[in-house]
Design a protein around this ligand. Structure first.
Ligand SMILES: [Zn+2]
Ligand SMILES: [Zn+2]
Length: 331
């Protein structure tokens, strides 16, 4: 099969690998779409500590089941599926306390085991989620990022009537905006420097969009979310959290980045500063949301590239061109 292989930091190739054969409890998926995200950029750059090389990247997948192991239950050949790429050991302290997303022995498709930037990928059957026939595979490959958003709101636990402020209208920021009213937002304001993304934020439900935080003057918000990972945005965001409000760090900052906080305000306002990492007990709900609600998620996919153009597609993600970039193995 054709596959992308990251031999080591900075070494990306598209070449031929032997076809995987599914284990007894795995399904073999012919990949139709696989999204590229910031994590993949970090993996290629050697800045993602968990990555194990050589590696086939790709953790945002959709495709058709072409073979099933003998212990697989309830998934038939021909079914369109997406899959939760993450596996937790179940034995470490975070796992035993219900926090498998920060497992000490975390494994994930496209991070520690072969991922879906390939014509074929093997997936444990219990991580695969069947989708209705005819469902758009591009949207199916957005279920993984959507499940990160669902987990983000699980962490945040907003209250009905809260005023929301979101920094960054990339794929994740727009998904956060798309679901904000459903988790209680009274108003949704977005800070985003790019005009075309501001327009999209409005179409996904933002009531007000501004290019920079200064335009908000002294306004404060009960819920402030960073979906940009930018230090200047995060510092601006922290200054706009209302008394007893909550700040969620959702965007991925550079591993060594630091921001200034005002500890007196954290204390005197009794604010909460929270973090949200990946997926936790949120994949099935994300799948249902993508299937049952008309969220218009297809608009988030700006480019679908052939597998052979992986390096160019990755550069587009690195430079923030377009929105969600996906590859389509097998054309
Ligand atoms: Zn991702
Ligand atoms: Zn664990």
């Amino acid at each position: 099969m054709q596959a992308v292989v990251i031999e080591g930091p900075g070494q990306v190739e598209v070449g031929e690998l032997p076809d995987p054969s599914p284990g007894p409890d795995e399904v073999l998926v012919a990949v139709r779409r696989c999204g590229i995200c910031g994590t993949d950029v970090h993996i290629v750059d050697g800045e993602f500590a968990l990555a194990r090389y050589p590696l086939v990247p790709g953790h945002e997948l959709a495709g058709e089941v072409v073979a099933v192991g003998r212990q697989v239950e309830g998934i038939e050949v021909g079914t369109l599926v997406t899959a939760d790429p993450n596996q937790h050991c179940g034995r470490c302290r975070p796992c035993r306390e219900g926090h498998g997303n920060v497992c000490h022995n975390f494994t994930a498709l496209g991070v520690t085991v072969p991922g879906a930037c390939a014509e074929l990928v093997s997936v444990p059957w219990w991580l695969a989620r069947p989708l209705p026939p005819g469902f758009d595979p591009s949207v199916a490959a957005l279920v993984e990022p959507l499940s990160c958003v669902v987990h983000g709101y699980d962490v945040l636990q907003p209250k009905l009537g809260d005023r929301f402020l979101v920094y960054g209208a990339g794929t994740m920021g727009l998904m956060l905006v798309a679901l904000a009213e459903r988790v209680g937002a009274m108003t949704v304001t977005v800070v985003e420097p790019r005009p075309e993304r501001r327009e999209l934020a409005v179409s996904f439900g933002a009531g007000r969009v501004v290019a920079a935080g200064d335009e908000l003057e002294g306004q404060q918000f009960e819920v402030v979310i960073d979906a940009s990972g930018s230090v200047s945005a995060i510092e601006d965001a922290l200054s706009r959290v209302a008394p007893a409000g909550k700040f969620l760090q959702f965007g991925v900052a550079a591993p060594g980045a630091t921001v200034r906080i005002a500890p007196y305000r954290l204390y005197s306002d009794e604010a909460s500063y929270l973090g949200s990492m990946s997926v936790l007990h949120s994949f099935d709900r994300a799948c249902d949301l993508a299937v049952e609600l008309d969220l218009g998620l297809g608009r988030l996919v700006s480019d679908v590239a052939p597998l052979a153009s992986y390096s160019a597609a990755l550069e587009a993600v690195r430079l923030g061109r377009g929105l969600k970039v996906q590859v389509a193995p097998g054309g």
